[in-house]
Design a protein. Structure first.
Length: 134
């Protein structure tokens, strides 16, 4: 049995329902090129066990992704990615940006920031910069 390409996690602090978090994580994986066309998502049963939710929550997330045309369920076989959100040129720029972001995260941790503070700083900076671009 092959290892799943994506591992899900849930956060009570996200402000999103569990099914919305699962959908968002698949979309992010599609955008970052972590999931590619033809990749199989973990089974509903495996995801439900992994993140401790009702299997219907996972089914709801997978159905939404299917309605968006991002995945397709093949009864008895699994749910497979049918379309990616990653652009080839954009993917090429991810590696250097990721390394830079990892260096920044290391500096933030060395400065004593915990995960919640790092997230707050990043999001406030992101939204501030987004406002300047708009």
């Amino acid at each position: 049995m092959e290892e799943p390409v994506i591992e899900f996690h849930l956060s009570e602090r996200s402000g999103l329902s569990p099914y919305q978090q699962l959908v968002q994580q698949v979309r992010h994986a599609l955008r970052l090129g972590v999931l590619l066309e033809g990749d199989r998502l973990p089974t509903v049963k495996d995801v439900a066990r992994q993140v401790a939710v009702n299997p219907n929550t996972v089914l709801k997330a997978y159905r939404e992704l299917e309605l968006e045309g991002l995945v397709a369920a093949r009864p008895g076989v699994g749910t497979f990615v049918t379309r990616t959100l990653a652009g080839g040129a954009a993917l090429a720029s991810h590696a250097p940006l990721r390394r830079e972001l990892e260096r920044w995260l290391t500096k933030a941790r060395l400065a004593g920031l915990d995960e919640e503070s790092i997230e707050a700083l990043f999001l406030s900076t992101f939204h501030h910069a987004e406002g300047e671009v708009a």
